[in-house]
Design a protein around this ligand. Structure first.
Ligand SMILES: [Zn+2]
Length: 247
């Protein structure tokens, strides 16, 4: 199960779906063909083509497809590549292709892996009784950095979004239910995003999971550590109050 059908469209696929925040909500790493060029990209491509040559313009355009990279950053990166030794630049190009060729979804939890099972599913020290459900594999990385969760994960590869036509069948829900029906799981932590889509997804899953006799919990919301209540928005403060715990 390779993530790309061909390496040529690899960068296209990553940029089009934002790797982990797909516009279609599924966050799929699958190729959807060549993306329509955005106005931002067209503008950059044209301007650079006029000013500095086609190859440089294409490089700028390619970088602008990455999340968080605007025109100026893309230009800076493109010129940095231009200033590299050829083998150094080739190393970057090869790393991108290797990433796309070797990475796949873990068949159990949909985490990104290069092996048969991901490092978490194949780690016998991880508690199989607790499954933390997230929207995207990139969320697993964030949770793992905290070092506090010792259970397993399940990435849905998106969130429910009826307005965008994303229904339960578009997410990896059946795989989650299979894992739960197999037994041994006592708690499911719903760690979908605190957004309308994430909440909708969490409510939907809770309704499916509770009848199986498995405990369902939702991650708490709160104020940012080091933050000031004065600067928090009302919804966040309200959630923080609701999610309070005894001391
Ligand atoms: Zn896994």
């Amino acid at each position: 199960m390779s993530l790309s059908k061909d390496s040529e469209s690899s960068m296209t696929a990553i940029s089009e779906t934002g790797m982990h925040k797909g516009q279609n909500g599924t966050g799929a790493l699958t190729d959807k063909g060549a993306p329509a060029r955005t106005r931002k990209q067209e503008k950059a491509g044209e301007q650079d083509a006029k000013v500095s040559g086609r190859a440089l313009g294409r490089m700028v355009e390619a970088f602008m497809r990455l999340p968080g990279i605007g025109r100026k950053s893309a230009e800076r990166l493109a010129f940095a590549v231009l200033g590299m030794q050829k083998d150094e630049a080739a190393g970057i190009a090869q790393a991108i292709l290797d990433l796309k060729d070797s990475s796949r979804y873990c068949p159990l939890c949909n985490n990104i892996t290069e092996d048969e099972l991901c490092s978490i599913c194949s780690d016998s020290r991880r508690d199989p009784a607790i499954i933390c459900v997230v929207e995207e594999p990139s969320n697993i990385l964030v949770l793992e950095k905290t070092g506090t969760f010792r259970g397993r994960y399940h990435a849905l590869l998106g969130a429910l979004s009826p307005l965008d036509g994303i229904g339960p069948e578009d997410l990896k829900i059946e795989g989650l239910l299979d894992r739960l029906r197999a037994g041994g799981v006592t708690e499911v932590i719903l760690a979908t995003n605190p957004t309308v889509k994430g909440e909708t997804t969490a409510l939907y899953l809770a309704r499916l999971i509770k009848p199986l006799g498995i405990g369902v919990s939702r991650i708490a919301y709160g104020l940012p550590v080091g933050g000031d209540i004065e600067y928090a928005d009302e919804n966040t403060v309200q959630r923080a109050l609701q999610g309070r715990r005894a001391m």
